[in-house]
Design a protein. Structure first.
Length: 623
């Protein structure tokens, strides 16, 4: 038997240097002292960690690739909109299991401020649960139940800001210097004006500017997002110590993956856009080390919606290789999927993916087509040029297309945060409404309906096939449409992202289950089937990269995943056309005979062309 002290000491030997180096790089001379403080916090949390979680720690240490396996399927939902409450989520496990889910992200569930709270991203207390959803005991009970079903619970850890009503902010306003130092509060406009010179605006529409005058605090408070979300001062070691403690508290309550919300914004440097600063990665390295020492079963996921060159650092580059987040959102994939559907052209997709830096093999993308946020058209000017497009014009086209304004558009989306200075227009809307289902049902047109369902199937298949954790977004499995009733709720009316955050329609799920011939039934049955196929394909392990093969047809994307057990080639037709695809690209890698894994059919690749149906995906392996 290895005793607990030895286990702790071995982990300290392994990860202590990562912790100390991260802290020293961020905090200089204050680093070693903070390290001592954290050692005491970690010892306490390690002693308090439950036996079943310690067993999970040991199991995960034996399977460090647990999140990378093809069997990992993610699902994202709001506990209340999905099942009423945390306890209710446990009653819906059957539905999750029917989709093969093993990773469940419940949207913000810690106690938010009253009233408007940015969908829970304005947290007033990280140690208690939103009373409308349940209690911390309910959260622990749910995590335990999920774990018994091999489902890992994923929870947001909002790092960049707290609610104005959080105790730290309350005490700052009451004049306690210790807590004023947790935030960025300025007595006059000198510094805010200086920072604003180089800061972008995140919510230009409903929260213009990055600073808010607070009468009680007698100062300008840094508020990147809404005025009620106060940015934290991570340059203060006390803030780090608080969050290390919170992280371990939540890990000991059963959270297995932490979504590090808005992590890119946590370190501010005058004269920059205050995103992706190198210190952000030092802090993540230190947080990860804390987690590996006490709770190695847990993983970190970076929510950094930034450009590819900046994004890759969140999975570890240079000296942070293998030392920061385990997962990150592949925002670019999402943008390119929608871009290719609108333009029926895959050249930009090819260019963007080809220019995308490779990630460390032990890290994992979260691949998704829709989530709770809007879609920002993150297409770089240089990628656009590589596809013979003009970046600005193409982004404007995508906004117009998905707002349903472009002639012939199948999409029904809403413009989110129009910035008149940059003319940037982000888009809200559910997967089904953006993919044409809403318009097709409205028109009562069978052809349009088939195309819309095929687009949804294409999107789901592409995220399942990319190699990462596919993140299914609540309601998309039955093609739920935009929910325009958000305007009736005063807490939501000004934020049209609520149009794609509907309540789960369980009657529709039952109907889809009962009749696989309805639109919802077709979507659900197709998705379940493809998930089953994904789970048995070793090529979809996330350690392998999806690489672009130059496509012989501009409407079709061809990806290859080269695995020691054989190559998988994925073919996606992004148009409503029947395409005769020249087979030489496929033949050169797979030979004359292939198996299409989704249908299970044998394909001969000896003919010069292969017929691909509108929006059809193919996953081909050598026979
Ligand atoms: C993240 C969330 C988004 C929220 C923002 C501020 O981007 O996904 O919903 O508004 O952070 O917390």
């Amino acid at each position: 038997m290895v005793d607990e002290d030895t286990t702790f000491q071995l982990r300290m030997d392994r990860y202590g240097p990562d912790l100390l180096n991260g802290l020293t790089a961020a905090y200089g001379d204050a680093g070693p002292q903070l390290f001592e403080r954290l050692t005491a916090i970690m010892r306490g949390a390690f002693a308090a960690r439950g036996t079943d979680l310690k067993v999970l720690d040991e199991a995960r240490l034996l399977s460090p690739d647990w999140v990378q396996r093809p069997g990992t399927i993610g699902y994202v939902c709001y506990a209340d909109r999905f099942a009423g409450s945390l306890a209710g989520v446990a009653d819906r496990i059957d539905h999750l299991k029917s989709l093969g889910v093993s990773y469940l992200h419940l949207m913000p569930l810690l106690r938010p401020r009253e009233g408007e709270n940015d969908g829970g991203y304005a947290v007033a207390d990280y140690r208690s649960v939103d009373p409308r959803l349940g209690t911390m005991d309910d959260l622990t009970a749910l995590a335990t139940t999920l774990r018994r079903h091999d489902i890992a619970l994923v929870v947001d850890l909002v790092l960049n800001h707290v609610a104005r009503e959080h105790e730290w902010a309350v005490r700052a306003r009451a004049g306690e210097q210790k807590y004023r130092d947790y935030f960025h509060i300025f007595g006059d406009r000198t510094m805010p004006d200086a920072y604003e010179q180089s800061l972008p605006e995140i919510f230009p529409d409903f929260a213009p500017g990055n600073f808010t005058w607070d009468e009680e605090a007698q100062g300008w408070v840094w508020t990147t997002f809404n005025s009620f979300q106060w940015d934290l001062n991570w340059a203060n070691p006390d803030v780090f110590a608080e969050f290390a403690d919170l992280l371990l508290f939540l890990a000991n309550n059963g959270v297995e993956v932490f979504r590090l919300d808005a992590i890119a914004f946590t370190w501010k440097v005058l004269g920059t856009d205050c995103q992706n600063e190198p210190q952000v990665h030092e802090l993540t390295q230190a947080l990860r080390a804390v987690l590996r020492i006490v709770a190695p079963a847990c993983a970190l996921k970076a929510e950094a919606i930034v450009g590819p060159q900046d994004l890759i650092a969140y999975l570890g580059q240079g000296k942070h290789f293998g030392k920061v987040s385990d997962l990150a959102y592949h925002n670019s994939l999402m943008v390119q999927l929608w871009g290719a559907l609108a333009s029926r052209h895959t050249r930009l997709f090819e260019v963007a993916l080809s220019n995308f830096p490779a990630k460390p093999a032990n890290t994992t993308w979260g691949s998704y087509a829709r989530c709770h946020d809007d879609i920002g058209w993150a297409v770089s000017d240089s990628d656009a040029r590589g596809a013979y497009l003009e970046g600005h014009t193409h982004r404007a086209f995508l906004s117009e297309f998905y707002a349903g304004l472009y002639p012939g558009s199948f999409a029904r989306g809403l413009v989110f945060q129009h910035n008149p200075v940059t003319n940037d227009r982000r888009i809200s809307g559910s997967m089904a409404s953006l993919a044409g289902l809403e318009a097709a049902l409205h028109a009562g047109d069978q052809g349009q309906l088939s195309d819309a369902i095929a687009r949804i199937n294409l999107l789901h298949t592409a995220i399942l096939g990319f190699g990462g954790v596919p993140l299914l977004y609540m309601g998309d499995e039955i093609g739920q449409l935009n929910d325009y009733s958000y305007v009736d709720d005063p807490e939501h009316a000004s934020d049209n992202r609520w149009v794609h955050r509907p309540r789960m329609d369980w009657d529709a799920v039952a109907a889809a289950d009962a009749d696989p011939g309805t639109p919802s039934g077709r979507i659900l049955a197709g998705l379940r089937h493809t998930i089953g196929v994904r789970k048995r394909l070793p090529q979809l392990h996330a350690s392998i990269e999806s690489r672009v093969l130059p496509s012989p047809d501009s409407r079709v994307l061809v990806l290859t995943r080269d695995h020691p057990e054989g190559t998988l080639i994925e073919v996606y037709n992004f148009s409503e056309d029947m395409v005769e695809l020249p087979t030489y690209v496929l033949r050169s890698r797979l030979g004359d005979a292939a198996v299409e894994q989704i249908s299970g059919y044998d394909y001969s690749l000896s003919p010069e062309t292969l017929r691909i149906r509108p929006y059809q995906p193919l996953w081909l392996t050598a026979d």
